[in-house]
Design a protein around this ligand. Structure first.
Ligand code: NAD
Ligand code: ZN
Length: 345
């Protein structure tokens, strides 16, 4: 049930940096990172019937076996077999790695390992897409953009005319803002500690900005004052535990819904007063924007093909594979949105 994929384009998502820094895990070393990418199937292993050599695919860090109770449920994308596992560095078939150096294994990362010209994945972790879709563009849909978009559209579900707060204006947060715009939200408040994100965020529908550093009062209180008691929806896209708590506590009582997307530090604990729940606020979390990778991702690509979803504006940089470290530098500096890494030239 494995496929060998020739990766043509990959991009850097904060989750790669996070696990490289070993903040979210028990370190596994050496391993090949990378999970946001686009490529072409080179060969398929025994049992694979869904894809064939030549098919264009997007790898996904969380899979869809199509047979387990989660895959059969319309309400879940948390596949029993292939759900995201950040500590496993081997293939599930035989518990071994498909990469090696000098006879020693190099481990996999979230079943994708796309910072490589060729990689091996379980077929349940690749979404077959329209071959007409330009892989150098739609590769960003394989993680960050779909995650942010789905977090708003599929999970937060802001009603038309509502007010939405987005915490963290990286690629995921900007996609969440774009989702709010598509859903018809009338006020979209971007919250970030880095004010250089604000100008860019206007292109993604943000109408107002709050930098928590500019205020003495907690940001929840600032947002409540701006919105007559709280925002209708909030989407957290930072990975910072304080921002997660703020994102929950800033939603309006009675109907407010907060959605957590950021991947937290492994020792993080969420602390809030239970009264915040009794007052009819809802807290949710999502992986991959609650999209089913193989079933739903091809349709997200189609939104782009029908010009209903703009992808180009998320892509601000592009470097050859040999200069991949520039993509890390850009992310560390908070510059740009997504940097495409070209595997060939
Ligand atoms: P990014 O680094 O590009 O953006 C994060 C933004 O958050 C930055 O602009 C940063 O200044 C801001 N920020 C950090 N701490 C903050 C705070 N306390 N308050 C306000 N803003 C703050 O990262 P990204 O690639 O957009 O990813 C965002 C998060 O989403 C990461 O934690 C990543 O691991 C996670 N992620 C989750 C999923 C999922 O399926 N749940 C998928 C992809 C990424
Ligand atoms: Zn499954």
């Amino acid at each position: 049930m494995e496929v060998r994929v020739k990766i043509l384009y990959t991009s850097l998502c904060h989750t790669d940096v996070y696990f490289w820094e070993a903040k979210g895990q028990t370190p596994v070393f050496p391993r090949i990172f990378g999970h946001e990418a686009g490529g072409i199937i080179g060969s398929v292993g025994e049992g694979v019937t869904d894809v064939a050599p030549g098919d264009h695919v997007l790898p996904v860090f969380t899979g869809e076996c199509k047979e387990c109770p989660h895959c059969k449920s319309a309400e879940s994308n948390m596949c029993d077999l292939l759900r995201i596992n950040t500590d496993r560095g081997v293939m599930i078939g035989d518990g071994k790695s498909r990469f090696s150096i000098n006879g020693k294994p190099i481990y996999h990362f979230v079943g994708t390992s796309t910072f490589s010209e060729y990689t091996v994945m379980h077929v349940g972790c690749v979404a077959k897409i329209n071959p007409e879709a330009p892989l150098d563009k739609v590769c960003v849909l394989s993680c960050g953009i779909s995650t942010g978009l789905g977090a708003t559209i599929n999970v937060a579900k802001p009603p038309k005319g509502s007010t939405v707060a987005i915490f963290g204006l990286g690629a995921v947060g900007l996609a969440a803002a774009e989702g709010a715009k598509i859903a018809g939200a009338s006020r979209i408040i971007g919250v970030d500690l880095n004010p250089s994100r604000f100008e860019e965020a206007r292109k993604f529908g943000c109408t107002e900005f709050v930098n928590p550093k500019d205020h003495k009062k907690p940001v929840q209180q600032i947002l409540a004052e701006m919105t007559n008691g709280g925002v209708d929806r909030s989407v957290e896209c930072t990975g910072n535990i304080n921002a997660m708590i703020q994102a929950f506590e800033c939603v309006h009582d009675g109907w407010g819904v907060a959605v957590l997307v950021g991947v937290p530090h492994k020792d993080a604990e969420f602390k809030t007063h239970p009264m915040n729940f009794l007052n009819e606020r809802t807290l949710k979390g999502t992986f991959f924007g609650s999209y089913k990778p193989r079933t739903d991702l091809p349709n997200v690509v189609e939104l782009y093909m029908k010009k209903e979803l703009e992808v180009e504006k998320f892509i601000t940089h592009s470097v050859p594979f040999a200069e991949i470290n520039k993509a890390f530098d850009l992310m560390a500096k908070g510059e740009g949105i997504r940097c495409i890494i070209r595997m060939e030239n």
